[in-house]
Design a protein around this ligand. Structure first.
Ligand SMILES: *[C@@H]1O[C@H](CO)[C@@H](O)[C@H](O)[C@H]1NC(C)=O
Ligand SMILES: *[C@@H]1O[C@H](CO)[C@@H](O)[C@H](O)[C@H]1NC(C)=O
Ligand SMILES: *[C@@H]1O[C@H](CO)[C@@H](O)[C@H](O)[C@H]1NC(C)=O
Ligand SMILES: *[C@@H]1O[C@H](CO)[C@@H](O)[C@H](O)[C@H]1NC(C)=O
Ligand SMILES: CC(=O)N[C@H]1CO[C@H](CO)[C@@H](O)[C@@H]1O
Length: 383
């Protein structure tokens, strides 16, 4: 670094108005391979995944199964840009619950949804900045056929537009509203559905609800238009029909922000986990209050693909290039990198604007990767 610094300053002086400036050596030198089970790598992955979940409006909270790959790009100053590839699993918490992934349960094997996320994450400990500029994830449900061998009677996913699904929603929500003392709820959308043969067809549904302007006494005669309000909870309902009888069950959980009596969530977006390196006392005093990276909107999305067709290819070499979980993530295609203006994250003018590089290629992953998996079943690990 001692040698590099004067050169960097020269380059800056030469083109200080340019938005990006070329780096001085080839890219591979800048990537520091890290062990996927290092405690600070795990802490980084944890923070990044929390921010991803916070950014999402749809779907279920993702939990970390394992760190598949990690590369660190030390910046000139105290900051680092991490390039993480994470193997993730869907949990049973809806993202609108704003629950931390560690407080959510991973789904049972037969209803697993799993996949891969690529994440670019910037960390500057002295300035207490954790920032997620970009992420992208691709998820798939577990392969039905393989589950079928182990558990032929397990419920299988149902098309959300199946009329039986809506019937299960309406019957279970009617039961919930009937049992509610005053407030009534209306249906927002189905988030999951499965079916199974029990004594007859059984349909299991999960759906979002919002408050209805109607009161219980108005019940079915109420013609008020539903409020244009946010979903307040997630319900799990079921409808089982036999020749003689139908069975309806329902349980709903309300999201924390809607239920002020339960323990409130901390509003700081990026409290580091316990195992973060401690910020030195002196710096802590001078440091500005922790800045919430969620103020800056990250760029990212979660893509859902159908289950993997588990037909073995005749010739395993033939389709070697086709990725089972394609995830694209590049803030730049310039091999020399590009400067990311994150000055809004810093209250003082001496901000460090990190350089981002094209996302490192899969082939040269670190020797100490992937890390150990929480769920090591190959059915829920991307190949
Ligand atoms: C990481 O894994 C290696 C072996 O795979 C092990 O020797 C090492 O102790 C692990 N490190 C941590 C921090 O768990
Ligand atoms: C509503 O609840 C009452 C008693 O709790 C019950 O008798 C009635 O059948 C219920 N109605 C519906 C539509 O479930
Ligand atoms: C994320 O993936 C989408 C396609 O799914 C792609 O259009 C987009 O450019 C990707 N984002 C980044 C930052 O690479
Ligand atoms: C970075 O963005 C800030 C506004 O957020 C702007 O004032 C500043 O000029 C930008 N810096 C560069 C080098 O583009
Ligand atoms: C991406 C890719 O190479 N897909 C090929 C996989 O193999 C089938 C059949 O051999 C081809 O049709 C695809 O184009």
């Amino acid at each position: 670094m001692g040698l590099l610094l004067p050169l960097v300053l020269c380059t800056l002086a030469a083109c200080c108005t340019a938005r990006s400036f070329p780096l001085l050596t080839n890219r591979p030198l800048y990537f520091l391979p890290r062990a996927c089970n290092d405690s600070d790598v795990l802490a980084t992955a944890d923070s990044a995944l929390q921010d991803i979940n916070k950014d999402r409006k749809d779907g279920y909270v993702l939990s970390l199964n394992r760190v598949r790959d990690v590369r660190e790009h030390r910046q000139g100053g105290p900051g680092s840009v991490f390039y993480l590839t994470l193997d993730v699993l869907e949990t049973d918490c809806h993202v609108l619950s704003r629950k931390a992934w560690r407080d959510c349960k991973v789904r049972l094997l037969h209803e697993s949804v799993y996949g891969e996320c690529k994440v670019i994450f910037y960390i500057n400990y002295p300035k207490r900045v954790l920032y997620l500029p970009a992420y992208n994830c691709t998820l798939r449900p577990v392969a039905r056929r393989k589950i079928g061998f182990m558990c032929p009677d397990c419920p299988s996913p149902t098309d959300l537009s199946n009329p039986r699904v809506l019937k299960a929603v309406h019957e279970s929500l009617a039961k919930f509203n009937n049992e509610s003392t005053s407030k009534q709820y209306s249906f927002v959308k189905v988030t999951r559905a499965s079916s199974q043969w029990v004594v007859g067809p059984a349909n299991f549904v999960e759906y979002l609800i919002k408050e209805s302007p109607c009161t219980k006494s108005q019940a079915s005669s109420c013609a008020l238009q539903p409020l244009d309000s946010e979903p307040v909870g997630l319900c799990q309902g079921s409808l089982t029909e036999s020749a003689l009888k139908k069975y309806v069950s329902v349980t709903c959980v309300f999201f924390e922000s809607q239920a002020p009596t339960t323990r409130g969530e901390t509003s700081t977006a990026s409290q580091g986990p316990e195992n973060f390196p401690k910020v030195e006392k002196a710096q802590e005093k001078n440091a500005e209050p922790t800045l919430s990276p969620s103020r800056a909107v990250p760029r990212g999305s979660v893509q859902y693909l159908p289950e993997l067709d588990d037909e073995e290819p005749e010739d395993p070499q033939a389709n070697g290039t086709a990725e089972a979980f394609p995830v694209q993530l590049d803030l730049t295609t310039n091999p020399q990198g590009e400067t990311l203006n994150v000055s809004f994250l810093f209250l003082d003018p001496m901000s460090e604007n990190p350089v981002v590089l094209p996302f490192p290629k899969k082939e040269h992953h670190s020797a100490a990767c992937p890390g150990p998996a929480q769920q090591a079943n190959p059915l829920v690990l991307p190949p």
